[in-house]
Design a protein around this ligand. Structure first.
Ligand code: NAD
Length: 358
């Protein structure tokens, strides 16, 4: 199968591969769409088993960013970058400087930010070689780590789903969180503060113990999270948590979490619907972080300071969009992911073509 026939390719405008022998950088920058504005999406560092696996991830994540940015009502297209490597052992300033040069080479069609394995600190190195990086700290337009804002959006989304599907508030609701890193960790604290009872897992035992202690949560092994006796399953690790294999084990009536690409495939979305499990489409519920990043891009473009009120207004709007998707899916008796995809594609197709920032 060639790149162009791959199902994940779906209309990508550009796919760029970069390597830098000196620093060891191997990265892919995928630009799915610039129809709504320059493509924006985080950078993931992960020890992919092969370049083909990294490419597949970059393409899927980048397309999801187009949909996410459209649903968050941002003047941004969708893109994503992946660096092949182990973020625990292979990060160096030189690696992220080389990554910055790669982003610069894409010429402003792609803005980067944090994703799994990449921190604000790493991106400061990239920033030395490109202006197309957001999610930074230390200047007026800077928006900082997007994870708390992502978690806030997910928290509001979980609350909405619980109100709609269970007709109650969060107090006493049982939630299983898969992955208690940046997003999952903040989400756990917010849910705990709202009275939810948590079951947590993570492949990183230290992070798991820390967050569980802070939130009075039950800990389970990674493979056991799908069997937890809970009302809500919140995937906050990597993609593909909801599959035809894991779905029969879920006892939750709601799937709502922060991870990107939660459905292993479209069949999983149909099966969720068939089983009457309310699914909050991932790229709608987890749009808070990119809204925060967009606030920084907007401030940089205008030469202004970062405006948290703009971000708050967009977050409010995002919650309404999620509600609209859930309501349309309910009245039309259709899977929520299909309704969201339809709206996102219409927003991308209907966008007047914007020039990428020069
Ligand atoms: P992170 O790396 O901080 O956290 C991910 C956590 O998941 C880690 O603690 C990791 O050990 C754990 N994990 C990985 N595989 C696991 C498994 N099989 N079982 C249990 N735990 C596992 O990343 P993050 O920034 O919190 O992002 C989490 C997810 O949310 C990702 O899918 C990311 O793309 C998505 N997301 C993040 C943001 C953001 O603002 N950070 C925004 C939107 C979407």
């Amino acid at each position: 199968m060639t790149l162009f026939d791959s199902p994940a390719f779906e209309g990508h405008e550009g796919v760029h591969a970069f390597s830098d022998e000196k620093s060891g950088l191997k990265c892919i920058i995928a630009v799915h769409s610039t129809a709504r504005g320059p493509a924006a999406g985080g950078c993931r560092m992960w020890p992919y088993a092969s370049a083909a696996e990294a490419l597949d991830d970059a393409l899927k994540l980048s397309r999801a960013m187009s949909y996410k940015n459209a649903m968050a009502d941002l003047e941004l297209g969708g893109g994503k970058s992946v660096i092949i490597g182990d973020s625990r052992t292979q990060k160096t300033p030189a690696l992220f400087e080389a990554f910055g040069r790669a982003v610069e080479d894409v010429g402003g069609k792609y803005w980067t930010a944090e994703d799994v394995g990449v921190s604000v600190h790493d991106l400061q190195h990239a920033r030395r070689h490109t202006r197309y990086v957001a999610g930074l700290e230390g200047h007026d337009a800077a928006s900082g780590d997007p994870s708390p804002v992502t978690a806030e959006g997910v928290f509001r989304g979980v609350r909405l789903c619980v109100q709609r599907a269970l007709k109650r508030d969060l107090d006493g609701v049982r939630v299983a969180i898969q992955g208690v890193g940046n997003v999952g960790g903040y989400l756990a604290k917010k849910l705990h503060a709202a009275g939810a009872r948590l079951v947590l897992t993570d492949v990183n035992g230290e992070a798991l113990r820390r967050v569980a202690a802070e939130t009075d949560a039950q800990m389970v092994a990674p493979s056991a999270i799908f069997d937890a006796d809970v009302d809500v399953f919140a995937p906050c690790a990597l993609g593909g948590a909801v599959s035809l294999d894991t779905l029969p084990r879920l006892r939750a009536r709601i799937v709502a979490g922060g991870a990107n690409n939660q459905l292993a495939d479209a069949q999983a979305g149909l099966e969720l619907h068939r089983r009457g499990i309310l699914y909050a489409p991932d790229y709608v519920i987890n749009g808070g972080g990119i809204i925060n990043v967009a606030g920084e891009i907007r401030a940089l473009d205008r030469g202004e300071a970062f405006d948290p009120a703009w971000v708050d207004a967009k977050l409010d709007r995002l919650a309404l969009t999620l509600e609209e998707v859930l309501e349309q899916a309910r009245t039309e008796r259709r899977p929520t992911h299909e309704v969201a995809n339809e709206i996102a594609r219409a927003r991308i197709l209907g966008a007047p073509r914007k020039q990428a920032a020069a």
